[in-house]
Design a protein around this ligand. Structure first.
Ligand code: AP5
Length: 220
């Protein structure tokens, strides 16, 4: 079992790399952003709140997010391990995660920081789109479908862009990352679980750097 956090600013490649790890190592991706987008799509009370907060590029309240992740970790598909994508995002969430794992006899093996310059992030986010049917992620410049207009994974022909992927919201999301999320890095560095990778490299190269870190945990 391996439990990993992918930590990095919006557009750093957390979702892209989490999906690769999921396929290769039978781990489950736990993305708080995806959970909130599902709530928005369902039209629930939580979804209505999340829509406003996400479109403003701000963070949802810690207690809501912590309860959401605790419920998700308790499902049986996490038995072989999980990749946390987009959580924790504040010191309070990091501390709550420690408590949650300790209560369940689980351990955090690795925190991988994806380091990417802010200027590159804006370009990545503004070029991002996804398959409307299966959610497979693409980019206008860096990751186009193999057959133009057709999803590589499921063959669908409709694609969507996230409402929070516009220049103004991206600025607010980056500010939230620097003010509220980056301060968690020293917390994990002190515990010896933090490793940084060069997230500016191309997608395969970033995956290779992450793979090297995972093999240190699973030698042979
Ligand atoms: P969330 O969905 O977590 O968004 P985010 O952190 O802003 O991250 P992104 O999904 O934008 O980027 P990513 O790092 O996954 O990059 P990706 O792989 O897609 O959160 C959304 C909102 O929900 C938050 O703003 C907040 O309101 C709320 N929220 C979520 N979690 C919360 C929490 N814990 N607490 C409170 N609120 C919370 O890559 C981006 C693009 O670049 C893609 O097109 C991809 O193809 C391309 N790409 C990826 N890697 C590379 C590469 N190496 N080279 C070139 N292109 C690349």
């Amino acid at each position: 079992m391996i439990n990993v956090i992918l930590l990095g600013p919006p557009g750093a490649g957390k979702g892209t790399q989490a999906k690769r790890l999921e396929q290769k190592h039978e781990l489950v991706q736990l993305s708080t952003g995806d959970m909130l987008r599902a709530a928005v799509a369902s039209g629930s009370e939580l979804g209505r709140q999340a829509k406003k907060v996400m479109e403003a590029g701000q963070l949802m309240p810690d207690d809501i997010i912590i309860a959401m992740i605790a419920e998700r970790i308790d499902r049986p598909d996490t038995k072989k391990g999980f990749i946390l994508d987009g959580f924790p995002r504040t010191t309070a969430q990091a501390k709550a995660l420690d408590k949650m794992l300790a209560e369940r006899g689980l351990k955090l093996d690795l925190v991988i920081e994806l380091k990417v310059d802010d200027a590159v992030l804006v370009e990545r986010i503004s070029g991002r789109f996804a398959c409307a049917k299966c959610g497979a992620g693409y980019h206008d410049l860096y990751q186009r479908p193999k057959i133009e207009g057709r999803c590589d994974r499921c063959g669908a022909t409709e694609f969507v862009r996230r409402p929070d992927d516009n220049a103004e919201t991206v600025k607010a999301r980056l500010a939230a990352y620097h003010a509220q999320t980056a301060p968690i890095l020293p917390y994990y560095a002190q515990r010896g679980v933090l490793r940084s990778v060069n997230g500016m490299a191309d997608i395969d190269e970033v995956a290779a750097q992450i793979e090297a870190l995972i093999s240190e945990l699973r030698p042979g």
